[in-house]
Ligand binder design. Structure first.
Ligand code: HEC
Length: 89
């Protein structure tokens, strides 16, 4: 595709990833991950392995909508990393 010259190994722009999270996830999970709207799990205390985070973002679960039609695999991966970064250390 001519639109994106981004190679698969290039990390996405962190500002873009943050805005994707805010737009697609923040309504239920909140900017800090702990909002719990509509039964959303608290991402700041989640210990789900990354592969399952990626799967759940891709296919959804319960009232969480699947993102596979809205985000590329690369964006889903980057947003998964962003969720993990919200965890309390
Ligand atoms: C409509 C509200 C809603 C939106 C939007 C939403 N989620 Fe969720 N999310 C949920 C709900 C509800 C659950 C709990 C699902 C279950 O276990 O039944 C959940 C669970 C999760 C979990 C699993 C946490 C755990 O420990 O089990 C992750 C990770 C997650 N969401 C990430 C995201 C990301 C990233 C986005 C944006 C791409 C997103 N969610 C968008 C409602 C939402």
């Amino acid at each position: 595709m001519a639109v994106s010259a981004t190679k698969i190994d290039d990390p996405l722009d962190p500002a873009l990833v943050k805005s994707l999270y805010t737009a697609k996830c923040g309504i239920c999970h909140g900017t800090d991950g702990a909002m719990n709207y509509a039964g959303a799990k608290d991402l700041s205390i989640s210990n789900l392995p990354k592969a399952e985070v990626v799967g759940q973002i891709t296919y959804g679960k319960g009232t969480m909508p699947p993102m596979k039609a809205q985000l590329t695999a690369e964006q889903i991966e980057a947003v998964a990393d962003y969720c993990i970064s919200l965890r309390k250390k």
